[in-house]
Write a protein that binds this ligand. Structure first.
Ligand SMILES: CC(C)(COP(=O)(O)OP(=O)(O)OC[C@H]1O[C@@H](n2cnc3c(N)ncnc32)[C@H](O)[C@@H]1OP(=O)(O)O)[C@@H](O)C(=O)NCCC(=O)NCCS
Length: 179
């Protein structure tokens, strides 16, 4: 995947040597369950997930410039539409110790810029589980528009009620891009 840079972050491909950094946050109860997956039990489990990320080629590792640690990830997954539109779904997690500093909003805005301006994606969707106020704020700050309440099939916990949002390329331009 193309490496993307922001003031404080580098979004780059995962490599197998990131397994310890990933495990550091993927083992936390505060991270995976809010995104629909169970906390990792071992570093090996994190390594297996990294192998999947490398294969699917649609998840960036979020590296903090100041200490070169991988502190989270952002995924941009291709979704089919009946109308044949180029639609992608955004997903993200951040290590709990780094929350509340605007880092994930910074990362997502850069990904939106890349998706709309370089990949020419037409629409990006994003969803959070009911009650995930932090994620809701990231979505709002990025400028997404609320679409509907729906049921999201989570990997570990089955169907869960979620709020779904979207941003079209027209809306992206209207809000002035990655300001
Ligand atoms: C959601 C997550 C990515 C947010 O990352 P972050 O870097 O802390 O996000 P930001 O700092 O850009 O924004 C967080 C916002 O939530 C707000 N917030 C924090 N706790 C809150 C709460 N309990 N209720 C309401 N808002 C809250 C912060 O004040 C901030 O908003 P502000 O800038 O208006 O003050 C991170 O918490 C995370 O990975 N959580 C676990 C996994 C997850 O939920 N992933 C998303 C799945 S949809």
């Amino acid at each position: 995947m193309k490496t993307l840079k922001t003031k404080r972050l580098i979004l780059r491909n995962f490599s197998e040597s990131d397994a310890f950094d990933l495990f550091d946050y993927a083992k936390l109860e505060t991270v995976g369950p809010n995104a629909g997956w169970a906390p990792h039990q071992t570093v090996d489990e994190s390594l297996e997930i990294i192998k999947k990320f490398i294969e699917s080629n649609d998840v960036w590792a979020v590296e903090l410039r100041s200490n070169h640690k991988v502190i989270g990830s952002v995924g941009l997954h291709e979704r089919m539409t009946i109308q044949g539109e180029k639609v992608k779904e955004l997903g993200y997690v951040l290590s709990t110790s780094y929350e509340g500093k605007g880092l994930m909003t910074e990362a997502c805005r850069r990904v939106l810029q890349y998706a709309f301006e370089e990949e020419k994606v037409q629409k990006i969707k994003v969803a959070h589980f009911l009650g995930n106020e932090k994620s809701k704020r990231v979505i709002e700050k990025c400028g997404f528009e609320y679409e509907k309440e729906g049921t999201h099939q989570s990997i570990a916990y089955g169907p869960k009620l979620s709020k779904v949002y979207q941003m079209t390329i027209e809306n992206y331009k209207k809000i002035g891009g990655n300001k």
